[in-house]
Each structure stands twice: as structure tokens, then as C-alpha cells.
Design a protein around this ligand. Structure first.
Ligand code: NAG
Ligand code: NAG
Length: 298
């Protein structure tokens, strides 16, 4: 006697069998019909090359900011779909016990995305653009700093280029990526500013923005809840104040442990889990010794 069977984890028995089988056949039919007959790029490479819209990889250096990510992803989809920008979000998560290294994570994110994308946005996860005049178009003429000092909620010095910066693959290669020496919070963007200047590239900022520090971005960072790692140990302070002419894209040391295609509210993103490898001879400050516990005098 027919006892039923198991289909994709579901136990199917008796009269439900026919319904399920027909349903399955229908779904497979639809799937096959949806496959492209000829890959569109091969039809006429000349035409597709000129009509190809530049693709943006949003690189989010990341560690333990899950709630901020849940807000970031739907926000960026809504924001960038209005601008008709083809993009994908790469969350590059640091999975080792060294201090956070934003710049190395960006280097890794770039290397991971560069074959399929034409430019990157290095993007803080806690800074959400809310003014639609902030355009994320391909930065043809040089890096575009989206979160300018006039509009960033917190940083207002002229040479500030942190927060959100767009740069083409071509220009990111030209400046040799970012320095890998910056473990812990801060200064890697200031070093990157000097790299860009040294390469003779001009940084531009959005024009005609009439909003200010309060209403151009939503800043979701809660500093009382999450302290920044501002420690400086060994000769970190001295080394990280200098321009780094040695490290960059070519020597970022890492292993990709795994990648996950996940969705946030049905919106796809890619999570890349990265182990950054620290050479402690070169940058001993990738791990700072615990500060001595100071007993409070009462
Ligand atoms: C900014 O405004 C000026 C003056 O109204 C205009 O000439 C210029 O094209 C605008 N720039 C952009 C990028 O919209
Ligand atoms: C670390 O850097 C030093 C100095 O450049 C080098 O001699 C050494 O081989 C490096 N160690 C590793 C494990 O790469």
C-alpha cells in the first residue's frame, strides 16, 4: 500500500499527495521559465557596456551592532531605490579578538566585491542619510564625501572624510586602499585623506544641501550604551599620526571564515565574517593590555 513520502522536509500522505505534487511541478515550471535563455551581456557587449549602470557596493565595517543593522538595511533600500542606484550591502564583520580595524575591514570588503561592483560606499552603520539631495551616484571625478563636516552630527573639521565616503574601484586602487595599522577607534580616515591628496585626487561633497547637523542624517549611535575603544598603547599614538606608505590593499592579512546571504525584512544583504590577522611585531597595539584596575578612593 502507498504510504506517502517526504518532500522537502514535509511528510506527504494520502490524498494531499496529488495536490502537493501538482504544486511542486507548477513551481518548478515557473522556476525553469524564469531562467534567462541567453545571458543578456553576451547579446551585444558593445551596447550593454554603454548602458551598464555602475553598481555600488555598500561596505559596512561591523562588529556587534545588530540592532543598528536592522534599522540601517531597510533605511538604505528605501533611500537608494528613490535614486535608482543598483547596489548591494556587504556587512564585513570582524570575527577575531583583536581591536576593531575599520580600515582593514573596508579593504577586505572591497576585495570581496570588486569583481561585480564598480564603486564602494564605505559606510558607518549608525549614520542614516535622510536628505534626498545626498546623491550616491558613481563618483567619476574623485571621491565624494557624503557626510560633510557641515552636516555630520558630530565632526566638523575641514579635512574630515569619515562617516560615508564614495570612491570608485579605480581610485581606491590608485590610493592602494586604506592603511591596515589602525586598530581601535579613530584616525584611519584622516590617514586616508592624506592618501587621496597625495594621489592628486579631488574630494567633493554634495552641493546645495540646505539641511544641517541636526537634520541631514539620523545618528543612531548611543554612546552611553557603547563606549568607543579610544585606548592608545605601545607606540600607537606616534605611528598612527604619520602617513603610512607601506600597508594597504596589497597586504591586508585576513581569512574569510564564511559568508551568509541573509535578509532583513525580506531585503537581501551579504554578511562576510572575517578574521583579521595582526602582525604583533609591526602593530602590537592590535591588542592593548588591560588597563590596571584603579581602586576608587572613597
Ligand atoms: C546648486 O545650485 C546652483 C545655484 O542654484 C546651481 O547652479 C547648481 O547647478 C546646483 N548644483 C547641483 C549639483 O544641483
Ligand atoms: C611581521 O613583520 C615583521 C617585520 O616586517 C616580519 O619580519 C615578520 O616576518 C612578520 N611576521 C609575520 C608572521 O608575517
Amino acid at each position: 500500500m502507498f504510504k506517502g513520502f517526504t518532500l522537502m522536509g514535509y511528510r506527504v500522505t494520502g490524498s494531499r499527495c496529488l495536490t502537493v505534487c501538482l504544486g511542486f511541478t507548477f513551481i518548478m515550471g515557473c522556476f525553469l521559465a524564469s531562467l534567462p535563455i541567453v545571458p543578456s551581456e553576451t547579446v551585444n557587449p558593445r551596447i550593454s557596456a554603454t548602458t551598464h549602470k555602475k553598481r555600488l557596493a555598500i561596505i559596512v565595517p561591523f562588529r556587534d551592532r545588530f540592532e543598528e543593522l536592522l534599522e540601517f538595511v531597510p533605511h538604505m533600500y528605501t533611500f537608494l531605490n528613490k535614486q535608482n542606484i543598483p547596489f548591494h550591502i556587504f556587512v564585513v564583520q570582524q570575527k577575531d579578538s583583536n581591536r576593531f580595524n575599520r580600515a582593514s575591514l573596508i579593504n577586505v570588503g572591497y576585495l570581496f566585491s570588486k569583481t561585480n561592483y564598480d564603486y564602494i560606499a564605505m559606510h558607518d552603520v549608525d549614520l542614516l542619510p535622510i536628505n534626498d539631495n545626498l546623491r550616491y551616484d558613481y563618483p567619476r571625478n574623485g571621491p565624494v564625501h557624503i557626510s560633510s563636516p557641515e552636516t555630520h552630527p558630530k565632526y566638523h573639521y575641514d579635512t574630515f572624510i569619515g562617516g560615508i565616503l564614495l570612491i570608485s574601484n579605480e581610485h581606491f586602487e590608485k590610493v592602494k586602499g586604506m592603511s591596515n595599522n589602525y586598530w581601535g577607534w579613530g584616525l584611519e580616515d584622516d590617514e586616508f585623506y592624506v592618501r587621496i591628496k597625495d594621489a592628486g585626487l579631488k574630494i567633493s561633497r554634495p552641493e546645495n544641501i540646505t539641511t544641517g547637523t541636526e537634520n541631514t542624517f539620523k545618528h543612531v549611535h548611543d554612546k552611553t550604551y557603547r563606549k568607543r575603544d579610544m585606548r592608545k598603547c605601545y607606540n600607537q599614538r606616534e605611528v598612527t599620526r604619520r602617513r603610512d606608505r607601506v600597508t594597504g590593499l596589497h597586504d591586508v592579512a585576513y581569512k574569510i571564515h564564511n559568508t551568509h546571504s541573509v535578509t532583513v525584512d525580506t531585503l537581501p544583504i551579504t554578511v562576510v565574517n572575517v578574521e583579521l590577522i595582526c602582525n604583533k611585531t609591526l602593530t602590537p597595539w592590535c591588542v592593548c593590555p588591560e588597563p590596571p584596575k584603579v581602586k576608587k578612593a572613597r
